[in-house]
Design a protein around this ligand. Sequence first.
Ligand code: SAH
Length: 241
Amino acid sequence: MVYLTGAGPGDIELLTVKALRVIREADVIIYDRLANPEILEEAKDGCEFIYVGKEDSHHTLPQEEINDTIYQASQTYETVVRLKGGDPFVFGRGGEEGIYLRERQVAFAFIPGITSAIAVPEYAGIPVTHRGVTVSFRVVTGHESSKKHSQIPWENYRTDDTIVFLMGLHRLETITRKLIEIGKPTDFPIAVISRGTRPDQQTVVGTLADIYDRAKDLPTPALIVVGEVVKLRDQLGWFER
Ligand code: SAH
């Protein structure tokens, strides 16, 4: 049995009860860079660990090899946990891993995780929705497979939705420029949150015009939040206090 498991955004206590149960039962844990390694201390004696760390912009192991590593593990071990940062379906390629296993008749289950897209802004005191401010939010990738031809449909972002960009810090300058090009005011609120929910979390708040200079050197992982909700941090900020 393979459990495709979300590890949450970083704070080890943001792991689900179900994830913790399968981690304690696992014979092998195949884990990412984004999954907090402290979680592995919960594994039973003799559990094997396989690191298939992913970087933001380059993957240590190509996805095909990760799929095969999981498959091979399922042929050797009773209980396999594939541990991924946040939630497996939010830019986590959990779907691809599931399809690969189904094609090879391997039984699997998904265990949702708390996604960084919501939890990290929350730890910065930025609600992704707020009555009277915004009724919707979207989560998009800031990382594009082709630098030359943008796959991000920028025209769609002419909206009042809160926009959360994952994997976008290295594209921060482009992201802010594009948002200004489609008509957002240069003083529109934006925040970058680095290493969210971890003890060294850092949040930088700014405008589309100045955030790049202020936040470009923050350590990863980091995400970007764009929207009027960013201003609520003045009243709701808590974790860094
Ligand atoms: N499946 C994950 C997201 C994978 S994409 C989830 O649901 O959270 C990886 C991106 O997530 C990173 O580039 C970064 O933008 C974001 N991210 C993950 N953990 C983070 C954290 N603790 N703080 C800030 N951003 C984080």
